[in-house]
Design a protein around this ligand. Sequence first.
Ligand code: GAP
Length: 472
Amino acid sequence: MGKKKIKIIINHAKIYGFIFKSNEIYNGLKSFYDYGPQGLEMKNNIKKFWWEYMVKYRSNIVGIETSILINKKILLASGHLKYFNEYFIINIINNKIYLIEDFLKKIKKKINNIKKIEKKFYYYYNKKKINKLNFFLKKIIIKNNLNKYFKWENIKKFNLMFKTKLNTLKYNKYIYLRPETAQGIYLNIKNIKNSNRMKIPFGIAQIGKSFRNEIISKQFIFRTKEFEQMEMQFFILPGEEKKWYKYWIKSRLKWHLFFNLGKKKYRIKKHKNLSHYSKFATDIEFKFINNYKELEGIHFRKNYDLKNHIKFSKKNLYFFNNKKKKKFIPYVIETSLGLDRMFYSIFCSSLKINKKRIYLKLPFFISPIKIAILPIVKKKKIIKLSKKIFNNLKYEFNIIYDENKSIGKRYKIQDSLGTPFCITIDNNSIINKTVTIRFRDTMKQIKYDINKLKIFFKKKFDISFFFKKNLY
Ligand code: GAP
C-alpha cells in the first residue's frame, strides 16, 4: 500500500505541475527534484507562513541569507568534517545497503528483548564506538539465527558533505556546500548583534538550500541530496535552556497544527541518535503515509558552535552579561525544519481519492491557485465580464482564468490542483450581477454578488487571527 500510494503521489505531482524529476530528459538524476509552477507557488506559501510566524511578527527574531558555499575551516570548527558521517552496512546476501539505524529497525521485527538491544545499540552508536557496535550486531545475528538473511564485513562510514574546487590564480582549494543553514547564522552573530542592536534572548532565522550526500535517499522528496531548510537559532542566557526548549517545542507544534492535517498525525519524540552538536533534542514526527518520521528537529546546541568558532577563527564572539559583569557565550536552541519534507507532509495527506473523484484538499492558505475564474460558455459578454472579475481579483489573490473544455473537466483540473474555489460566470451573471462559487471540498455551489467577491475571499484566506492568538 505504501509503495503504491507513493507512486500515485509522484504521478499526481508531475501531471499537475508540482514536482518533476530533475534532469528528466537525460534519464533523471536520482534523488534530485525540480518544482513546477504549482509546486513553487505552494512552497513559497509555506515559506511565507513560516517567515511570518518566526520572523515578521516577532520583535526579537531577524532573518538573514548567507552563502551556500563555505570554507573548510567553518566545517572543521563546526565538527561536520569529523562527525557528519553516515554509517551503513552492505548486506552480501541480497546486495542491499542499510543505514545502521534502518538495519536496527529491520532486525527488530525478527528478535526478542529488543529494548535491551536498542539501549546497547544507541550506547555504542552515540559514542561512535563503531567497532564494538559491529561486533555486537554480528553477535545478535548469530544468537537469533539470522545468518541466512544478513551477512556483512564491516560497518562502513561515509562523510555527508559535497565539496567542489575554488579556482583562482592564487587558490586551488576545496570549498564545501553547506550541510545546514545554521552555520551562516553563527558566523554572522556579531554583525547582526551590532547592526540590529539585538539583546539576548534573540533569534536569527534563515531559509535556504542545504546539501547532503545521502547514501540512501528514497521516498520521493522526504530525503534528498539537495533540499531547503527553514532554521532559526535562538540565543539565550546559559541556564535558561529548559524554559526555551519547552517554549520552542510548543510553539513549533502550534504552527504545524494550524495546517489542520489531523492532530493524531503528529508525535513528539525525544531524539535518540544525537548529532555531534546536540546536548538534547526533540523531533516533531509526522505520519507520512504509514509511518511516523522526523519532520522537524528542536535541538539544544549549548554553545558548541560559537565556542568552536571563537577557537578556530580567534575572533571575539563573546557577549557581555551586564548584571554579572562577565563575558559569556550564549546557549542556543535551534528549530530546524526541512521545507521539502514539510511540502511532502502536506501533499501526501491532502491527496484524496474516492470513487467519485480525485482532489487535493490543501489548506486554503497553502493552495497554489486560490480561485479559478471559469466562464461557462465562450460568449463575448460572458468572457468580458469574466475578465473584469479576473482583473479585479488578481492583485489580491493568486488566480487563474480558464475558458477551455467543458465545465466538468475544468472543475476536475482545479480539484486536482487543489484550488479551493471556482467562480463560474453565465448569462444570469450579466443580468443579476451574481456568479456561482463552487467549493472544492464539498462541491457545494452558492450564488454570490459580484461586488462582494473581494470581501468574501479576503475572509476565506485571512489567517491573521492565528498570529494574533499565538504571538504576543
Ligand atoms: N541544523 C540542524 C539540522 O540540520 P537535522 O536534523 O540534520 O538538523 C533538520 O535536519 C531537518 O532538515 C530535518 O528534520 C528534516 O526536516 C530536514 N532534512 C534533513 N536532511 C534532509 C534530507 N536529506 N532531505 C530532506 N530534508 C532533510
